[in-house]
Design a protein around this ligand. Structure first.
Ligand code: CP3
Length: 344
């Protein structure tokens, strides 16, 4: 290991305030980049793209070369976990993810932890290569989906508008639903610990659909599983900070800040920043929260919004990011202009 100065992202996650703040973007590797679209044609499908270390390493590095972000995020997907548990997962061009949906508690018996690390071995290989390839100042982020968000895809069989099947299952039969969540806690914690051992220096947990639950269910299906995963990860890897993204949790972000044990919280686009600085920042570094659609729209509004986020969150530990993933129609030059404002 080198004895170089700690990376900016790690400094902020241990509570330092840095100006300008470190910056990376959710989905920073992806279809808005022409070099990504070219690379993507080299794999027959998206999952094999994720599981081919040569391609996944290259996709991870592309946005680092182009923009010099302070962190690289592993190129992969949250749906590798259902795949590794034995569920059929595929991606249809232009349609997003598809899964052979779980329909009844009996279907849970077909899921197994047995080949988890075997199926995910290429991801660990990718992380090892990345930790050797990245510039000394760039932090490496590993990630996984949170149990609820992953369970929603497993039950809905893909993306959903109202999550009626997955929420309905949880309300009608909380016992078997909790069996699925517990299995995902187990798999996700083990996966994240292996990622840290393979070279990830920070871990982010994406609960993209936390915002669909009432308060008590949010606590049971999102906060408690996240807290358990953070507890296990920190016990195994005490130096690896965790960033949690309970997207849409609104005022309940307070409970995630106080109780999850995460070192960072990723703010969605809707959260009021003065409230977040006052209520959440004493407990965790805050990451966010430029509207990805504003970024794609471009113009002076982006610079104003960057200044506003820096002014409101910059008094404490902050990481500049979007409030959700970058959208494919974003002009790469807009990202460069945004970065000038973040680093000014
Ligand atoms: O951030 C990064 O650059 C790392 C890579 C990354 C991907 N997916 C690559 C990807 C990350 C961190 C994810 C996380 C992910 N995947 C989430 C949580 C974050 C969020 O956006 O809410 C979710 C819900 C998924 C599931 C998923 N994967 C969906 C719904 C889709 C289809 C939507 C789309 O953008 O096409 C994917 C496919 C996917 N994952 C793509 C990429 C680059 C596009 C597929 C392609 O390039 O062929």
């Amino acid at each position: 290991m080198s004895d170089a100065a700690p990376k900016k992202l790690l400094r902020v996650l241990s509570g330092e305030t840095l100006d300008p703040p470190p910056v990376w973007l959710m989905r920073q590797a992806g279809r808005y980049l022409p070099e990504y679209r070219a690379l993507r044609t080299e794999a027959p499908n998206f999952l094999s793209f994720c599981f081919t270390p040569d391609l996944a390493v290259e996709a991870t590095l592309q946005p680092i070369r182009r923009y010099g972000f302070d962190a690289a995020i592993l190129f992969c997907d949250i749906l590798v976990i259902p795949h590794a548990l034995g569920q059929k997962v595929w991606f249809e061009e232009g349609q997003g993810p598809k899964l052979e949906a779980l329909q009844s508690p009996a279907d849970l018996d077909r899921l197994s932890l047995e080949n988890l690390h075997g199926a995910l071995a290429p991801v660990y290989e990718t992380l090892g290569r990345l930790s050797r390839a990245l510039p000394g100042e760039t932090a490496l982020i590993g990630f996984a989906g949170a149990p609820w968000t992953v369970a929603s895809y497993m039950i809905e069989g893909g993306s959903s508008r109202d999550f009626a099947k997955a929420k309905g299952w949880a309300y009608r039969d909380p016992e078997s639903f909790s069996g699925l969540i517990d299995l995902l806690v187990e798999a996700t914690a083990a996966y994240l610990i292996r990622q840290a051992e393979a070279g990830a220096e920070v871990l982010q947990i994406f609960d993209s659909w936390a915002g669909v639950w009432p308060e008590a269910a949010l606590r049971r299906w999102c906060l408690e599983p996240a807290r358990e995963i953070v507890r296990r990860v920190r016990a195994a890897c005490p130096d690896c900070p965790v960033i949690l993204f309970p997207r849409g949790a609104g005022l309940n972000y307070t409970d995630f800040a106080r109780e999850s044990g995460a070192q960072g919280l990723s703010l969605d686009t809707t959260l009021p920043l003065e409230w977040a600085a006052k209520t959440l920042q004493p407990h965790a570094a805050l990451q966010g929260n430029l509207d990805p659609i504003l970024l794609a729209s471009g113009g002076a509004g982006v610079t104003d919004a960057v200044r506003n986020i820096r002014a409101k969150l910059g008094g404490g530990p902050m990481i500049f990011n979007l409030g959700h993933g970058i959208v494919p129609h974003t002009d790469p030059d807009e990202v460069a202009r945004m970065l000038e404002a973040v680093r000014a």
